[in-house]
Design a protein. Structure first.
Length: 326
């Protein structure tokens, strides 16, 4: 008998259909979001630009997504950045350089010299045009210190149609939640009937409390499910950055690349080995949905505790509909 059939809380994205279980009274709200998202692709693709640079000494990386989200990775021994409005998470190793990661919003201005990127709580980074692929980044940090770095444009720029639809900042608008419990039968795990409901946004605490009440207290996974409170925004950059803004003020930062672009399948991994969440390295299947007024993205998160030594092995599935953040 093999134990730990699946790693604790593995993140898997999929394009599976959701079957609502339970009565209509269990609905958490916002059903119209699902009814009105038709596959209408008459709108033009998002034309906003993204930027991505890495310093030649690998101590700095900067990725600005089409939606205006900034991912800044920096060597904390060289860059002293205090009082961040959105604090970075953990460390990662790229070559021999240790990095902190900052995720927030920024304002990009095109100047005669190049790009001027204002990052609240950090400062202003000016990318000056230079000869060939190498440019000069002038970093004026809040507090008065200033550094210069030689940088090059980094990452693979995805130009396919699917990337143009996916690469932007998304705000979670509605989530369909299911909980499936398993039992061990003849040495194998067998699924019981799932239960679920639909919720506005993606408040993990609300979902955990709903499940506890629905099962008369028999199932309590609030602490495990809701450690990060909620999922607020998800961001894809066409240079390969992937980030999730959580409701407790943290952000999880990683990279993504297509596994099968025509089918919308992508792989992702976190920059840090420990992003302090239940969502580890995984695969995503994204479904961009375009309407006359609003763009949508659908995806599924699935976490699992499937250990035969666990009293109640289970899976949790979240199917989200997200709207493009303006």
């Amino acid at each position: 008998m093999k134990k730990n059939l699946l790693l604790l809380a593995t993140l898997v994205f999929g394009a599976f259909a959701f079957t609502a279980c339970g009565d209509d009274d269990d609905n958490g709200g916002n059903k119209n979001v699902w009814d009105n998202t038709k596959n209408l692709f008459e709108e033009a693709a998002n034309s906003q630009n993204s930027l991505s640079f890495t310093s030649t000494d690998n101590s700095l990386m900067l990725d600005v997504t089409p939606g205006g989200t900034c991912v800044l990775g920096y060597d904390p021994d060289e860059f002293v950045i205090k009082d961040l409005k959105v604090r970075g998470l953990g460390y990662t190793v790229k070559g021999a350089v240790k990095k902190d990661y900052y995720v927030g919003v920024c304002n990009v201005k095109v100047t005669l010299l190049g790009y001027e990127i204002t990052i609240p709580g950090v400062g202003v980074i000016t990318i000056k045009d230079g000869e060939g692929s190498t440019k000069t980044a002038v970093i004026a940090l809040e507090g008065g210190s200033q550094l210069e770095k030689q940088v090059k444009e980094s990452g693979e720029h995805f130009t396919d149609v699917t990337s143009q639809d996916v690469c932007r900042t998304w705000e979670v608008e509605a989530t369909k939640f299911t909980y499936t419990e398993y039992e061990v039968v003849n040495g194998e795990l067998k699924a019981k009937n799932p239960i679920g409901a639909e919720f506005a946004g993606c408040n993990l605490v609300e979902m955990g409390e709903w499940l506890k009440k629905k099962t008369n207290g028999d199932v309590d996974i609030v602490e495990t499910l809701a450690a990060k409170k909620s999922i607020e925004f998800i961001d894809f950059s066409d240079h390969g950055t992937f980030s999730i803004k959580m409701g407790d003020g943290d952000a999880c930062v990683g990279s993504w690349k297509w596994y099968n672009e025509p089918l919308g399948v992508l792989n992702f991994s976190w920059y840090s080995e420990d992003m302090h969440n239940s969502f580890e390295n995984g695969t995503a299947v994204v479904e961009p949905v375009k309407g006359k007024k609003t763009n949508y993205l659908r995806l599924t998160l699935e976490g699992a505790v499937l250990d035969m030594d666990t009293a109640k092995p289970y899976k949790v599935k979240l199917i989200t509909t997200m709207t493009e953040k303006k």
